[in-house]
Design a protein around this ligand. Structure first.
Ligand SMILES: [Ca+2]
Ligand SMILES: [Ca+2]
Ligand SMILES: [Ca+2]
Length: 843
């Protein structure tokens, strides 16, 4: 005891001394307590260009407030401005430096950045072996970007002049000829110049040689100076709402060698230790469920021996309801994790956790805490995302009827948002010709307004699953296809889920009937309206595009315009997408029979036709890799199951049975959901044969307790992993419903805990939902420019940044990989919630 105490003191004193200087650590970033400086641990290759997640990044007292450090071609780069390709990265331990080589292929332009630790600061130096290309002289510079929500309203001082970061973009701009603007992504333009042939260029807020930011906030304070270059501070929000504050130095013309030198010193608060993050379910707990808080601790923090659960009494005073030991789980990436188990408390009431000096907000223990978990999503989020409808709520109009002019056949295009139209168009329409009848039904993708066909197929399937298994009769939405009108909180006598199935099917059936097969997407033709924020009905002008008119000119009859804003249908045929649609149409036909018999019959007709044609086409074509959504749904196995469920034809059941057992043997966790989905349509013998697999699946569930402190599958991809977590949760719920003797009810709370607050970084609920004490406040929805949310949205959640950082911003909505709820993900949440309520017997 004495010995370990002594060594702890020695260790502590050593770390105080060495913590003064930035050190290049084993994970290849510069570190001192409170400051992490990453140099291209994350490069610019996320898939959507500038994702504001790359280059030189600074994690300042636990928050990634600075990123984008790199040679860039714009004063304040937007998402679709060119990003550099990292061609080399060298870590030099002897010098304590990291060197990155980057390249712009479009301009045959290479540069190097060398970052070297110098005491409490780093030196950032830009090296050129060849001078800046003529075309980029005066444009290219070294940029570093600062998160507006962490810097606005704070002070800064440039060369002794005091100032304050503006809360909203109100600085100055000039316009310049388009010819002077560096090329944007694939030659697209993010702006509509209204025929002026000029682009907007921001003017600096300040210029000088030394800037200190946030002297009023030690956790954000940082000093940057340069003797050889002028520092220029810009506000990126002048061009785009998701822009950051940018500090930059232009690369000098005609020079080579070391052309820019900056000294960057982020302040570190002496003795700083990150506040404990106490993870618990903000929804609360039912009395008989396991209740374990996971506490995330700075590695320098010493765990408390105990924590208390406090009960708030009816008179408003608090009393200790339970005091328990803190148990160590261990290290997971950069933090240390301990747990506080208060499962023994089952008296209904209002509680909070007291851990050391940290007191959480309150939560409920009550039988009814899960009753309302899907209501905001079904009553508010989903109807707001109904395309081709006017959507209103109380006094508010969410959007008018979008895309009245319909959709044009897309010409061949290597497009944005991961879309493309191949040279084979695969339809009877000519490029730019109107494809009739597509402007009906369907759901907005997510934070944008296109119809992703694969996602919309998933949406209809998700609603059908919720409908068939749980028959939710909830009716809080008025939907009139005839009036193209939706009103929230107005019952109309029809269960809403049926109306959502109908709405999704209407668009997909129009694609099948009008095009002859499924379009990959119905999306924006021009980039300058793809990033639209505001009323969806104002994205296009509602008038048919007529190339014989000049841009912005309207025909005398007021029906056509020369503005090329009509949406496009991307129609290159993909038989596996048709196959997927065939499955969905079969299920839709079943669900809609008795409610909309005509649509049900059309869906069945298209299902049979597409199934036959897709099967033939797939035989003829070289095998392409299966798209992600098909893999997600287990492809053919799931299709045969759906077709058997819809038609009861023996051949489909035989095909399903032939494939399912081998699939379970080769990939249990991936196939289990499909195997469970089959139970309502199969016999007792099937259920019995599945039993041993469910036993193995139960081991798989429990295995997560060793993988991480939260006991769920945590994704490390460039889009945070809520979908994988929800999939896991749905399968666990179904396994409990069908095999309660194998998968115990205790397991179904894992995902609920994670979603509603028991996760790394912060403890807010990822669902903008009824019932949670502290839901997240901002999401990447179509109202993101208002720093707001659409109720019922589910965030992707914890985004992993290499090499060891999880984050979820709740003051900055614009990072889609952590904050964008999607139509497929949110309808998946409805299945998760419905099945959880199914377990709880909530009607
Ligand atoms: Ca999209
Ligand atoms: Ca209704
Ligand atoms: Ca138009």
């Amino acid at each position: 005891m004495k010995k370990s105490l002594l060594s702890a003191i020695i260790l502590a004193s050593c770390s105080t001394l060495s913590a003064q200087d930035l050190k290049l650590n084993d994970l290849e970033y510069f570190e001192r307590q409170g400051v992490n400086i990453l140099v291209f641990s994350n490069s610019f290759n996320g898939g959507f260009n500038d994702e504001k997640n790359s280059g030189i990044e600074i994690i300042h007292h636990g928050v990634r407030t600075i990123q984008g450090g790199s040679v860039r071609l714009n004063k304040t780069p937007e998402q679709w401005d060119l990003v550099p390709k990292m061609t080399d990265r060298k870590v030099n331990r002897e010098n304590g430096s990291i060197e990155v080589t980057m390249r712009y292929d479009d301009y045959d332009f290479d540069s190097r950045v060398v970052v070297t630790a110098k005491g409490k600061a780093v030196e950032i130096a830009v090296w050129l072996d060849k001078p800046v290309p003529e075309k980029l002289a005066g444009e290219a510079g070294f940029n570093l970007e600062f998160l507006p929500s962490q810097y606005w309203l704070k002070t800064f001082m440039m060369d002794g002049r005091l100032n304050r970061f503006p809360r909203y973009a109100t600085s100055m701009t000039v316009t310049r000829p388009n010819a002077e603007k560096p090329r944007q992504f694939k030659g697209f333009k993010t702006y509509d110049d209204r025929g002026t042939d000029r682009f907007v260029d921001p003017c600096p807020l300040e210029t000088g040689h030394k800037i200190t930011m946030a002297m009023d906030a030690p956790d954000r304070m940082i000093s940057i100076s340069s003797e050889d270059s002028e520092l220029q501070l810009y506000d990126g929000r002048m061009l785009a709402q998701n822009g950051w504050f940018v500090l930059r130095s232009e690369l000098p013309k005609g020079k080579t060698g070391k052309v820019i030198t900056w000294t960057v010193e982020p302040n570190a608060i002496p003795g700083w230790i990150r506040e404990p993050n106490i993870g618990f379910s903000q929804i609360g707990y039912v009395p008989n469920q396991p209740k374990v808080a996971v506490i995330e601790l700075d590695k320098q923090d010493k765990p408390q021996a105990t924590a208390s659960l406090m009960r708030i009494k009816e008179d408003g005073n608090a009393e200790e309801a339970f005091k328990g030991d803190i148990k160590t789980w261990g290290n997971y990436f950069k933090y240390n994790y301990v747990k506080f188990d208060f499962s023994s408390v089952n008296k209904p009431g209002i509680y909070y956790i007291q851990y050391g000096n940290t007191k959480t907000n309150n939560f409920l223990i009550d039988e009814r805490v899960y009753d309302k978990i899907t209501d905001a999503t079904t009553d508010v989020w989903v109807p707001i995302h109904m395309n081709h409808m006017y959507v209103t709520e109380g006094y508010r109009t969410w959007h008018g009827e979008p895309f009245k002019e319909g959709y044009l056949q897309a010409p061949p295009s290597d497009h944005f948002d991961l879309h493309r139209q191949d040279s084979t168009i695969d339809t009877k329409y000519k490029p730019y010709e109107l494809i009739p009848g597509l402007n009906v039904g369907g759901f907005f993708d997510a934070g944008d307004f296109d119809i992703e066909t694969g996602s919309n197929i998933n949406v209809v399937q998700n609603f059908i699953r919720a409908w068939e298994l749980f028959k939710p009769q909830r009716d809080e939405t008025f939907v009139s296809q005839k009036q193209r009108y939706v009103e929230l909180h107005r019952p109309d006598g029809v269960p809403d889920i049926l109306q959502f199935i109908e709405h999704g099917t209407l668009n997909l059936i129009a694609q099948a009937e009008q095009i002859g097969h499924m379009a990959s997407t119905l999306s924006n033709s021009v980039l300058d309206n793809y990033h639209h924020l505001g009323d969806a009905a104002s994205i296009t002008d509602g008038l048919h595009y007529d190339p014989s008119l000049k841009p912005y000119e309207v025909s005398a009859d007021g029906k056509r315009s020369g503005t090329p804003d009509d949406m496009w249908a991307f129609t290159t045929r993909n038989p596996s997408l048709d196959f997927q649609a065939a499955t969905m149409f079969a299920a839709a036909s079943r669900a809609l029979t008795g409610y909309n018999d005509d649509l049900a019959a059309r869906a069945l007709t298209q299902s049979k036709r597409l199934m036959q044609e897709a099967t033939e086409l797939m035989k003829q074509r070289p095998k392409r890799p299966m798209p992600a959504f098909a893999r997600f749904n287990n492809g053919d196995i799931s299709t045969n199951l759906q077709l058997y469920a819809a038609t009861k034809e023996k051949q489909y059941r035989e095909k399903y049975e032939k494939a399912i057992w081998a699939a379970l043997d080769s990939n249990l966790s991936f196939t289990m959901q499909t195997a469970l989905d089959a139970i309502p349509y199969m016999d007792e013998a099937y259920k019995k044969k599945l039993r041993p697999y469910v036993v193995k699946f139960n081991d798989y569930i429990k295995g997560f307790d060793k993988e991480n402190p939260y006991g769920v599958p945590i994704g490390l991809g460039n889009w945070a992993g809520v979908n994988a977590v929800l999939s896991f949760g749905i399968t666990v719920n179904y396994a409990n419903i069908y095999y309660p003797e194998i998968v115990s009810k205790d397991e179904v709370y894992r995902v609920a805990n994670w979603l509603y607050g028991c996760h790394p970084y912060h403890n807010y609920s990822f669902v903008a939902v009824v019932g949670a004490t502290r839901p997240k406040q901002v999401f990447y929805g179509n109202n993101r420019a208002d720093f707001s949310f659409i109720p019922g949205n589910v965030a992707p959640g914890l985004l992993f940044r290499k090499p060891d950082h999880f984050e979820n911003f709740d003051d900055w909505p614009f990072l889609w990989g952590q904050n964008e709820g999607t139509i497929a993900g949110n309808t998946q949440y409805i299945i998760f919630g419905s099945s959880l309520k199914g377990v709880m017997n909530v009607k």
